[in-house]
Design a binder for this molecule. Structure first.
Ligand SMILES: Cc1cc2nc3c(=O)[nH]c(=O)nc-3n(C[C@H](O)[C@H](O)[C@H](O)COP(=O)(O)OP(=O)(O)OC[C@H]3O[C@@H](n4cnc5c(N)ncnc54)[C@H](O)[C@@H]3O)c2cc1C
Length: 330
């Protein structure tokens, strides 16, 4: 059975029934027809195979970058199997600016709209003009506009109505020439004379100092989403915990850093088997080498139960857990 350890960044020792690669839309459709029980995979940085998967894993290797220029913007059509960070680097080198805040996020371009990847005050949806995909049921090519993608915090139509129904083949980005640099967030606000290059370098240096490199220590980035709660609920929580950090995100809602909640429950550095809650960033769970899916589930459930019991706030995993038959919820 094909080994999945090198196909997901958490690097658990799982297998699948078949492992196939596609490089264009028509071979993707043929593979989906040949293997009705399958899972589409980009670079596996948001997927944790917690046990052997009984279906076929289909790897997206659709490549290509086409660029056109209008009076006001650069327009990029990018193959879904391109690497995200490589795209950000190329864009910077070519003078197509704006995406620097999203440097060093692992994964494929095709997965970027799915959870609307975001960091340092920016989300990829800002730049997405359209997403090209194949509808699995009909085999038809469909193009969704920006609005139809329904981008939200780590969310989009691809995680809702279209979950498991489409294969994203290309993403079309628009990078306005008059784009205003975004340095509002965290360490970026300390840059005295920000340029796209200094933002890019700062993001890489801060991320490298805080987050474990999955090539050296298996992990899937933030294991949980930052919970969003309504203001009334938050006000009660703040009375009980005056030091609680938060971001007002409008619409009568407040986002709380999950890392702080987990830290308050003293999980930093805690271990279950070979899974450890990262000592400097408790939102990240790591594989110390021989972690099992059971270790991952136990640690995740313990964290969720502790946070819920202490703060009454439910945590929701940001990662996709894949079990024998498919997606698993905690
Ligand atoms: C160290 C680290 C840091 C991270 N930091 C961030 C961060 O700052 N911000 C952030 O938002 N995320 C972050 N992530 C999460 C991750 O980088 C993103 O979710 C990324 O977009 C996943 O890409 P992937 O190709 O690896 O997805 P995969 O894990 O391969 O797939 C994710 C999901 O998308 C589906 N999918 C993949 N490709 C396609 C396709 N072409 N068509 C249809 N469905 C598809 C898969 O079936 C799966 O359900 C981080 C991860 C790690 C390991």
């Amino acid at each position: 059975m094909p080994v999945l350890r090198n196909h997901h960044t958490f690097s658990l020792n799982a297998h699948c029934q078949e492992l196939e690669v596609f490089q264009d839309a028509s071979s993707a459709v043929s593979l989906c027809d040949r293997y009705p029980h399958h899972y589409l995979l980009g670079e596996g940085s948001n997927t944790v195979f917690i046990e052997d998967y009984s279906g076929a894993v289909l790897l997206n290797h659709i490549k290509g970058l086409e660029v056109s220029e209008s009076h006001a913007a650069f327009h990029l059509r990018v193959g879904a199997g391109e690497n995200w960070h490589r795209l950000v680097t190329t864009a910077l080198e070519q003078g197509w600016h704006g995406m620097e805040n999203l440097a060093l996020i692992p994964g494929s371009v095709g997965a970027s709209p799915i959870q609307n990847i975001g960091a340092y005050g920016l989300e990829v949806g800002t730049f997405i003009e359209t997403v090209e995909m194949v509808d699995r049921a009909s085999g038809n090519v469909v193009i969704l506009s920006h609005d139809e993608c329904c981008f939200g915090y780590r969310d989009s139509v691809f995680k809702q109505e279209l979950l498991g129904k489409v294969i994203i083949t290309h993403v079309n980005f628009v990078l306005p020439k008059n784009y205003q640099l975004n340095t509002s967030y965290g360490e970026l606000s300390t840059l005295s004379d920000p340029t796209p290059h200094t933002i890019f370098e700062k993001v890489i240096s801060v991320r490298s100092s805080k987050l474990p490199n999955p090539d050296k220590l298996g992990n899937a980035g933030s294991f949980f989403k930052n919970p969003v709660i309504d203001v009334a609920r938050f006000n009660t929580l703040k009375e009980e915990n005056p030091e609680i950090p938060f971001y007002n995100i409008g619409g009568n809602q407040v986002k709380i850093p999950a890392a702080w909640l987990i830290d308050q429950c003293e999980f930093k550095g805690k271990q279950t088997g070979d899974v450890r809650c990262h000592p400097t960033q408790p939102l990240v769970l790591t594989n110390l080498g021989n972690a099992t899916g059971k270790d991952v589930i136990k640690m995740a459930q313990d964290i969720m139960a502790a946070v819920e019991s202490r703060f009454g706030v439910p945590l929701e995993p940001e990662v996709r857990l894949l079990g024998k038959e498919g997606l698993v919820t905690l």
